[in-house]
Design a protein. Structure first.
Length: 216
């Protein structure tokens, strides 16, 4: 399988060489020049091809991720649905298929969210006005985490809430494991909806207009 694309390069290149020499009656010098250009083009093409193949071999041997893992490769995040010789296919949270060349793993960090486990840590962030009742907000987030139907709580996988201070807002970061990595988005939606409703009922306000909230 590895050799098929390489063989095609040489077959097509050789056929083109013969056709040009017959149709256009090129001189030996012109044919040699053409062969040199063709060789350079083949070299550039084979460079990327071989890099992809080597990347595929590394993925198989070192297993930085496997089919079913949730990973981030460069700017792409999703579940690995296929690992091929030349590329890895991800399905994103929006159900978009993304084909990532295997050589990308040499250029970008690979983050694996679950490493072949069904459970996966999910982080949900909320931003509140610094004058709000932060302790009450923290309790609300924690309650939403542990009561979600999608949560997985155990001694080795506890839920946690972390508060970070900023000049214009407080970040309340909830962390918990889901019982199935495919419920990540359902968990986020469930927790976010219930937390925002509880914040509204408790009078916990969002940061004031003009506060720069980090994206993502």
């Amino acid at each position: 399988m590895f050799l098929i694309p390489i063989v095609k390069f040489f077959v097509y290149g050789g056929a083109l060489y013969v056709v040009l020499s017959v149709l256009f009656e090129l001189t030996r010098t012109q044919l040699v020049a053409f062969a040199g250009l063709l060789g350079a083009a083949l070299g550039l093409g084979l460079k990327d091809l071989l890099a992809d193949i080597v990347g595929g071999v590394v993925v198989v041997l070192e297993q930085p991720y496997q089919v079913g893992d949730k990973v981030r490769i460069g700017g792409h995040y999703g579940e690995v649905v296929d690992i091929g010789v030349r590329s890895t296919t991800l399905v994103t949270p929006t159900d978009t298929l993304v084909v990532v060349p295997n050589f990308e793993m040499f250029n970008d960090a690979v983050a694996n969210a679950n490493t072949s486990d069904a459970e996966m840590l999910v982080t949900v962030e909320f931003y509140v006005d610094p004058d709000s009742d932060v302790a009450r907000a923290t309790d609300i987030v924690e309650d939403a985490l542990v009561t979600s139907p999608h949560v997985f709580v155990a001694d080795e996988a506890p839920a946690a809430v972390v508060v970070e201070d900023d000049l214009y807002y407080r970040t309340i970061r909830g962390k918990a494991y889901v019982n199935d990595l495919r419920t990540e988005m359902a968990f986020r939606s469930d927790v976010t909806e219930r937390v925002l409703d509880a914040f509204d009922a408790a009078g916990i306000e969002s940061p004031k207009a003009g506060a720069e909230i980090p994206e993502g």
